[in-house]
Design a protein around this ligand. Structure first.
Ligand code: ARG
Length: 462
C-alpha cells in the first residue's frame, strides 16, 4: 500500500478494479492549488499548536512551495496508483521533504474536511469568473438596448402578437434575470465563505488543539466549522451553486431561443455576424445560429448537473459517505460549460444587427393596438368590460373587411358604438401606444431610458 493514505490494517493492496473505480485524480487534480493552500494553513495550525517546530514548519512550507512551482511549470502529475488529489500530493510532498517530516502534516485532518473546504474554495473563485462573464453579457444587452432606444417591435404572449413594445425594453428583459444570477452568486458567496470545514476532521472534530479559525481565515473564510458533522457531510453549498448555474443556463436558453426565432426568414428581425454564426456543409446558402442553439442545448446539461447532484445527496446518511465524491464532476462541468458558453453568447448579442424597419412594420399587425382602443374608451368614461367588448367588435369588423384597426372609417367606428369617436385614432399608432404605457416598469420610451440608467447603476454596483 505504498503511496496510499491508508493500509496499516490491510494485508493486501486494492484490486485493480477497485483502484479504477475509486480513483478521482482525473477530475480532482484541478484542486491542486487549493489543496496546497490548505496544507500551508494546516501546517501553521500544527505549528501554533506546538506539533511542529518552527524549523519543521518552515521546511514543510518550502516543500509545499516547491510542489506549487512544479505544478505551475506543468511538471507535477498524479500517478495511476494515487487514489485522489490528497493522496497524490502527500506522496509528492514525501518525495520532496522526506517521509519523517512529510508524514507529520496529516495530523488532525481528514480528506473529508479537506475536500469539503477545497471544493468551496474552488467554487468561490469560479463564482467570481462567472459573475464577470455574466456582467459582460448584461452590458452587451444594455449596449444594444441603448443603441436602439425608440425602436419598436411586436411584443408577444403565447408567441402571438400582443402589444407593441420597445426593442430596448425586450432586450433589457433578458438582462435583468442575468443580473439576478450575478446577485445570486454574491449571495451564495456570503454563505459559502462564512465557514471552512477544515478542522472538522473525518466527522467529529480534532483532538490536537488545532485552531480551525486560523486555518479558515488563512483560506479566506470567516470561521471554521460550527458543527463538524455538518461541515464534512453537507453539500448544499455545491448544490446551490449548481442551481445558480442551472438558472443562468435557463436564462441563456430563453435569450438564445429569441435569437433563433428572430434570425429565421419568417421573423427576419436580426442578422447574425459572420464571425458569430456558422454554415452548412451541404447547403451553401445557410447561416446558422449555432451559438444560440448550443446555449439552448447546454442549458439541459447544467440542469442535469443540478439534478444529478441533488439525487446523489438525497437520503444520504450522516456523516461523510464516499457517494460525496460524486459532488465534483457536476459542478466542475457547470463551471466549464458556462465559462465557454458565456463569452460566445456575449459576442453573438453584441454583434446582432437588427432590422428595425421590419420590426416596426410588424409591430401594429395582428390587431396589437386593440388594448389601446379599450383603454382609450376607459379614459373616456366607458366601463372596461364594455370597452373590451367594443374593441373586440372592432377587431371582428376588421377581420370581415380585411383591414387594420386604423383603417376603419368614422362611420364604421360609429356603427360599432357612438363612444368610438374619430379621436380614438390618437392611440391607433404604435408610437402612441408605447408612449402611453408610462407606468412604472412600462415600455414607454421615458421609462425604458430610466430603466437603462437603473441597470447601469446596478451593473456598476455588482
Ligand atoms: N476523494 C474523496 C472525495 O472526493 C475524499 C476522500 C475521502 N475518502 C474517504 N475514504 N473518507 O470526497
Amino acid at each position: 500500500n505504498q503511496g496510499k493514505l491508508w493500509g496499516g490494517r490491510f494485508a493486501s493492496g486494492p484490486s485493480p478494479e477497485l483502484e479504477a473505480l475509486s480513483r478521482s485524480t482525473h477530475f480532482d487534480w484541478r484542486l491542486t492549488r487549493y489543496d496546497l493552500a490548505g496544507s500551508h494553513a494546516h501546517a501553521r495550525a500544527l505549528g501554533a499548536a506546538g506539533l511542529l517546530t518552527s524549523d519543521d514548519e518552515a521546511a514543510l512550507h518550502a516543500g509545499l512551495d516547491a510542489l506549487a512551482r512544479r505544478h505551475e511549470a506543468g511538471e507535477l502529475h498524479p500517478d495511476p496508483s494515487d487514489e485522489d488529489v490528497h493522496g497524490a500530493l502527500e506522496r509528492l510532498l514525501l518525495e520532496e521533504v522526506g517521509p519523517e517530516l512529510g508524514g507529520r502534516l496529516r495530523a488532525g485532518r481528514s480528506r473529508n474536511d479537506q475536500i469539503a473546504t477545497l471544493l468551496r474554495s474552488y467554487l468561490l473563485d469560479h463564482s467570481l469568473v462567472l459573475s464577470r462573464l455574466l456582467l459582460d453579457l448584461v452590458t452587451a444587452l444594455a449596449e444594444q438596448a441603448r443603441a436602439h432606444l425608440g425602436a419598436v417591435m411586436p411584443g408577444r404572449t403565447h408567441l402571438q402578437h400582443a402589444q407593441p413594445v420597445l426593442l430596448s425594453h425586450h432586450l433589457l428583459a433578458h438582462a435583468w434575470p442575468l443580473l439576478r444570477d450575478v446577485d445570486r452568486l454574491a449571495d451564495w458567496r456570503r454563505r459559502t465563505a462564512a465557514e471552512a470545514p477544515y478542522g472538522g476532521g473525518a466527522l467529529a472534530g480534532n483532538s490536537l488543539g488545532l485552531d480551525a479559525d486560523l486555518v479558515a481565515r488563512e483560506l479566506g473564510f470567516a470561521h471554521g466549522p460550527t458543527n463538524s458533522i455538518d461541515a464534512t457531510s453537507s453539500r448544499d453549498s455545491a448544490a446551490e451553486f449548481a442551481y445558480v448555474c442551472a438558472q443562468a443556463g435557463v436564462d441563456l436558453s430563453r435569450l438564445a431561443e429569441d435569437v433563433i426565432l428572430w434570425s429565421t426568414h419568417e421573423f427576419g428581425f436580426v442578422r447574425l455576424h459572420d464571425s458569430w454564426s456558422t454554415g452548412s456543409s451541404i447547403m451553401p446558402q445557410k447561416k446558422n445560429p449555432d451559438i444560440a442553439e448550443l446555449a439552448r442545448g447546454k442549458a439541459g446539461r447544467v440542469v442535469g448537473n443540478l439534478t444529478g447532484l441533488l439525487t446523489t445527496l438525497k437520503a444520504l446518511p450522516l456523516a461523510y459517505n464516499r457517494d460525496l465524491q460524486e459532488d465534483k464532476e457536476p459542478v466542475f462541468d457547470s463551471v466549464d460549460t458556462l465559462e465557454v458558453l458565456l463569452p460566445a453568447v456575449t459576442g453573438l448579442v453584441a454583434t446582432l444587427e437588427f432590422d428595425t424597419a421590419r420590426m416596426a412594420a410588424l409591430a401594429p399587425q395582428g390587431f396589437s393596438l386593440a388594448t389601446d382602443v379599450a383603454e382609450w374608451l376607459v379614459r373616456e368614461g366607458t366601463p372596461f368590460r364594455v370597452a373590451h367588448e367594443l374593441a373586440g367588435a372592432c377587431v371582428r369588423r376588421c377581420e370581415e373587411l380585411g383591414c387594420g384597426l386604423d383603417e376603419l372609417t368614422d362611420e364604421q367606428l360609429a356603427e360599432i358604438s357612438p363612444a368610438l369617436t374619430p379621436r380614438v385614432r390618437e392611440v391607433l399608432t404604435v408610437e402612441g401606444s408605447v408612449a402611453s404605457r408610462d407606468g412604472r416598469g412600462g415600455t414607454a420610451p421615458v421609462r425604458v431610458a430610466e430603466q437603462l440608467e437603473e441597470l447601469s447603476v446596478a451593473v456598476e454596483r455588482a
